[in-house]
Design a protein around this ligand. Structure first.
Ligand SMILES: NC(=O)c1ccc[n+]([C@@H]2O[C@H](COP(=O)([O-])OP(=O)(O)OC[C@H]3O[C@@H](n4cnc5c(N)ncnc54)[C@H](OP(=O)(O)O)[C@@H]3O)[C@@H](O)[C@H]2O)c1
Length: 282
């Protein structure tokens, strides 16, 4: 059985059905099973990583998909150690390309520390280091629906955004087939697009014009607090990471194609899949 952390998140929502389709038994963690809408074929367990009884959650697990938000280093170190004690044989950790590039912002440093804990815990390990997700562009939903506009912080870099289904497909390989033990994989899409190009692709998929507006960082910060309800601390963390990731978000790795034997999914495909979410009055 494979124990999946972050099962209701961006990657987790793609991973749980992919593992089930590959014939694996899945135990999915969420803090709120009533809201989780998880695949009915999965065993759903309730737990908050800050308070959970890890030995109980891990009981009977052969492999673990390790993904957390927030206190990544603390939570993932605890999970890795508990997994080793529970007899888990393989840990697959979701990290970030920032570690490959040696970024020193707090989110990336926490991932570097968590990677180390996973490598040292005892079970076999595989580290997945995706770059920025296409799904991050759901942040544009509100202003596209309401104003047919996208507001982007000045200097936002071109990015080789990766589709979460590609991350999930690679994670499924690592969790259900052998040969990925001790491997570290950087994962990106196949091409870097500027944010202006991304907006044009999305506009085409939605079928109506969307205005592209650059705004100063101060206005972007205010928007995140006001519109997304982010705590000021999370906004600081985001901009600290972006300041360092900006220089290499355009870098394309061929890992997805090498591992999956097909090109990575494109932003145009993502936009077509998700266009209906951007229509008015839904
Ligand atoms: N977004 C990107 O572009 C990007 C790029 C590279 C790496 N990453 C990394 O990907 C990871 C996930 O980030 P994300 O933004 O995509 O988030 P996400 O996976 O969409 O959402 C977070 C998930 O964690 C679970 N969770 C949160 N707090 C929890 C707790 N205390 N106990 C148990 N489960 C908890 C949530 O489950 P419930 O709410 O159901 O409990 C949810 O499934 C992070 O480590 C991030 O650094 C993100």
């Amino acid at each position: 059985m494979i124990f999946v952390l972050g099962a209701t998140g961006k990657v987790g929502r793609a991973l749980v059905p992919a593992l089930l389709d590959a014939g694996a038994a899945v135990r999915a963690l969420t803090r709120d099973p009533a809201k989780a809408r998880l695949d009915p074929r999965a065993e759903v367990v309730r737990g908050d990583l800050d308070t959970a009884d890890l030995p109980a959650l891990l009981d009977g697990a052969d492999r673990v998909f390790v993904l957390t938000q927030g206190d990544t280093a603390g939570r993932e170190s605890a999970v890795a150690r508990a997994a080793a004690r529970a007899g888990v044989t393989h840990l697959v950790k979701l990290s970030t390309t920032g570690v490959h590039f040696g970024q020193t912002d707090p989110i990336t440093r926490a991932h570097a520390e968590a990677e180390q804990a996973v490598r040292e815990a005892g079970p076999a390990w595989t580290i997945l280091r995706p770059g920025a997700f296409m799904d991050n562009r759901f942040a544009w939903l509100g202003t596209i629906r309401e104003e047919n506009a996208v507001y982007v912080p000045e200097g936002d870099p071109a990015s080789a955004l990766v589709h979460v289904r590609d991350i999930a497909a690679v994670a499924t390989l690592a969790l259900t087939t052998s040969g990925h033990e001790g491997a570290t994989y950087e994962l990106t899409g196949g091409e870097a697009l500027t944010t202006e190009e991304q907006v044009a692709v999305l506009s085409e998929a939605i079928g109506r014009p969307v205005e592209y507006v650059e705004e100063p960082e101060s206005a972007a910060r205010e928007r995140m607090v006001r519109q997304f309800g982010w705590p000021a601390e999370a906004v600081d963390g985001f901009f600290a990471l972006k300041r360092e990731s900006g220089a290499h978000e355009h870098v394309v790795f061929d890992t997805v194609e090498r591992l999956l034997g097909r090109p990575p999914l494109t932003f145009a495909a993502w936009a077509r899949d998700n266009a209906s979410a951007y229509h008015h009055h839904e």
